[in-house]
Design a protein around this ligand. Structure first.
Ligand code: ARG
Length: 417
């Protein structure tokens, strides 16, 4: 199908991407497949699996470390308070980072094509291809294009003696990175099925560990330290995943509306994300004006939508980022978060930028900046004036209408007699 003989494949060592290797040669006429696994914070076992499978397939295999870049992206999402229908977007934020890293390898290796193992039902095919279709490479999705089913893949793998340990992938389909762990598929597809405790790996059953507080320091919207200890993004996220996870913080069980319109049942774990998002929003509550907070909620929502779509490269997002950045200079300070009952609840916040005057808000002071309590009397008289007037006018108009109707029906009655 193409003259160039090399193709780069997003490779995890799972069933889908493993069967893609021979298929890219047989069905798409490539001479050589290059497997690329991008590190965005998956557990070590996943790299071991990818490495092992690649070796067994005699596949040229790259592992690209994109953890630091991905962690920065996660913290940018905190500045935008980004969640989609309650989900902190781990998979969604990771895909463009992964796609970029694979594209770079593909271009360095002079590949003619670039491939992923996604099916035609999910979001990831769209997120990968949004990046790749900006290149000259042939974009290939064998599982989707050849209409493969899991059953067919298992049979094909057995026939070809491919290194897939049948059933060894466990009951669930799992996607893990620094920001979240997603668990889906099998029995969990039934929205009514209550998940067993053992689907959770990052979070303990809430309530087992007692209560603990942490202090998170932010600089210009970015978390920089926990309990006074400065940590770079990757370590900060890992630390909070462990700590908040031990308190059972950050479980989400939800119905998610995918981009193609399908509603799916999803389960997530995201202890660090929940902790940082809650803390960040609490600090914004202290330092931003009401107008800024109200408008930012709309900006944040749009930002999260584009992040879910894997389209943070959209021009709209540059404009949204302009607003987010303009507000974040003031989001500097500390937030105390209490881990209790599976929640990460902000219980204290401090900032030099606090739009807060204790003397103005306190019940114990008489006048502030020359404004005394009784000055509110005039405001209180006006408050609700328009609503009172509108209700009065409506009542008068109704009464008038009823009167006219009563007169009219009286006339009619007389005529009939
Ligand atoms: N539905 C989520 C998303 O589109 C995550 C899917 C993760 N995949 C998985 N196999 N668990 O962002």
């Amino acid at each position: 199908m193409t003259g160039t003989s090399k193709v780069a494949l997003a490779f995890s060592g799972g069933l889908d991407t493993t069967v893609c290797v021979p298929l890219l040669e047989e069905e798409y006429d490539y001479d050589e497949v290059i497997g690329v696994t991008v590190d965005v914070g998956q557990p070590a076992e996943e790299f071991a699996e990818a490495e092992e499978t690649a070796e067994a397939l005699d596949l040229d295999h790259y592992v690209v470390d994109a953890k630091a870049e991905f962690a920065e992206q996660c913290l940018d999402s905190v500045a935008a308070n980004a969640t989609y229908q309650g989900y902190p977007l781990g998979t969604a934020l990771a895909r463009p980072v992964i796609a970029d890293a694979i594209l770079e390898v593909a271009e360095d290796e002079d590949c003619g094509g670039i491939a992923h193992g996604c099916t035609g039902k999910g979001n990831d095919q769209l997120r990968f291809e949004a990046v790749w279709r900006d290149s000259d490479l042939e974009v290939i999705a064998p599982v989707r294009e050849l209409g493969l089913t899991r059953e067919w893949e298992m049979e094909y793998a057995a026939e070809k003696d491919l290194p897939v340990e049948g059933g060894n992938e466990g009951d669930w389909s799992i996607d893990t990175n620094l920001w979240s762990r997603s668990v889906e598929g099998a029995k969990l597809e039934d929205p009514g099925y209550v998940p067993p405790e053992d689907i959770y790996e990052w979070t303990e059953t809430p309530g087992g560990k007692g209560v603990e507080t942490v202090e998170i320091a932010f600089e210009e919207g970015k978390p920089v330290a926990v309990d006074g200890e400065e940590l770079p993004p990757v370590q900060l996220i890992e630390y909070l995943n462990d700590l908040a996870g031990s308190h059972g913080v950050g479980r989400t069980d939800m119905m998610e509306d995918r981009m193609l319109g399908l509603k799916v049942r999803e389960n997530y774990e995201h202890p660090a994300a929940t902790t940082l998002l809650n803390a960040h929003e609490a600090l914004e509550g202290l330092v931003l004006t009401k107008e800024e907070r109200d408008f930012k909620a709309q900006v944040d929502d749009q930002w999260a939508q584009k992040a879910y779509e894997g389209l943070l490269s959209a021009p709209l997002v540059d404009a949204l980022d302009g607003f987010v950045d303009a507000t974040q200079g003031k989001v500097t300070g500390t937030v105390t978060v209490k881990f209790e009952g599976g929640q990460a609840r902000p219980v204290g916040r401090e900032s030099d930028y606090a739009v807060y005057s204790e003397s103005a808000a306190s019940f114990n002071t008489e006048s502030v900046d020359g404004i005394a309590q009784e000055d509110a009397t005039g405001v209180a008289k006006y408050h609700g004036f328009q609503s009172r007037l509108a209700n009065e006018v409506a009542a008068d108009a109704e009464a008038k209408k009823a009167e006219l109707l009563a007169d009219g029906s009286g006339d009619e009655g007389e005529e009939e007699q």
